[in-house]
Write a protein that binds this ligand. Structure first.
Ligand SMILES: C[S@@+](CC[C@H](N)C(=O)[O-])C[C@H]1O[C@@H](n2cnc3c(N)ncnc32)[C@H](O)[C@@H]1O
Length: 218
C-alpha cells in the first residue's frame, strides 16, 4: 500500500536510516544501536512505531544530549521519517526499519534504554489479530529487560479496547513495573498529551486519549 508520503520526491535516508541489511547476522547475537551515534555514552531513548517522525523531530531538538532511535516497520513511513530527520539535521536521532518487538527481543542489550515511547500503537481490533499488538506479556518482559534502573515506558492510545488491554497487561506485570500518571513531554503543545501526528489528526474529531507511564521495578 502506498500512502503517497513522498509526493514524488526522492526520500534520502542516508546517515539517518538503517534497515536489516545494515545489521550484523542474527547468529552474531545482540547488537547495540547506541553504536550508531557519535557519542554512544549519552542517554538513549526508543520510540516504537514512529510514523512520520513528528515526536522525534520535536523532542530531539529539545534534548540534544540524548540519543533517540525510532523503529518503524512500514517502509514508506520509515523512509519519510528518516528523510525528515536528515532535513532537520537531527543528529541525535536514527531510524530503523524493522519490527520493533523482534528487534527489542532478539537484539537489544540489557539495561540500555532510559525511556521507551509507544504512542498510538496500532490497535488491531479483531480478536484474531490481538497477537500483533506491541504490548504482550512477553514484550513487557523484554521492555523491562532493556530499560535501565527506574527506566520509563510511556503508553498513549485513543483506542478504548487497547487501553483496557494495556490495563490488564500492566496489572499482570505488577512485579515488573510501577504504574504512574503520564506527564506530557516538553515538546507537546498546550492541551496535547504528546503531540504526535496521529494525536493532532484525531484530536479534531474529539477522540479521547488515555495515557500512562510505567516505571521499571528492580
Ligand atoms: C497509528 S500509527 C502512530 C504513529 C505515531 N506514533 C503517531 O502517533 O503519529 C502506528 C505506527 O506504528 C507502526 N508499527 C506498528 N507496529 C510496529 C512494530 N511492531 N514495529 C515497528 N513499527 C510498528 C505502524 O507502522 C505505524 O506507523
Amino acid at each position: 500500500m502506498s500512502f503517497g508520503l513522498s509526493r514524488g520526491k526522492t526520500l534520502d535516508t542516508e546517515g539517518y536510516g538503517f534497515d536489516r541489511s545494515d545489521l550484523p547476522d542474527y547468529e552474531d547475537g545482540p547488537f547495540d544501536p547506541r553504536s550508531w551515534f557519535a557519542d554512544s555514552s549519552r542517554p538513549f531513548e526508543l520510540e516504537i512505531g514512529s510514523g512520520k517522525g513528528t515526536f522525534l523531530v520535536q523532542q530531539a531538538s529539545l534534548q540534544p544530549d540524548t540519543n533517540f532511535l525510532g523503529i518503524e516497520w512500514a517502509a514508506e513511513f520509515y523512509r519519510y521519517a528518516a528523510d525528515r530527520l536528515r532535513r532537520n539535521q537531527c543528529n541525535n536521532v536514527r531510524m530503523l526499519h524493522d519490527d520493533a518487538v523482534q528487534f527489542v527481543t532478539h537484539r537489544m542489550p540489557d539495561a540500555c534504554c532510559r525511556i521507551v515511547h509507544l504512542y498510538f500503537s496500532d490497535p488491531w481490533p479483531k480478536a484474531r489479530h490481538h497477537k500483533r499488538r506491541v504490548v504482550q506479556d512477553a514484550s513487557l518482559e523484554q521492555l523491562h529487560r532493556i530499560l535501565a534502573t527506574e527506566g520509563l515506558l510511556h503508553l498513549v492510545t485513543d483506542h478504548m479496547d487497547l487501553w483496557a488491554w494495556y490495563e490488564s497487561h500492566v496489572e499482570r506485570s505488577a512485579h515488573l513495573f510501577e504504574r504512574l500518571p503520564f506527564t506530557p513531554p516538553s515538546s507537546a503543545a498546550e492541551g496535547e498529551v504528546v503531540g504526535t501526528n496521529f494525536e493532532r489528526k484525531y484530536r479534531r474529531e474529539g477522540r479521547p486519549f488515555n495515557a500512562m507511564t510505567l516505571r521499571r521495578l528492580p
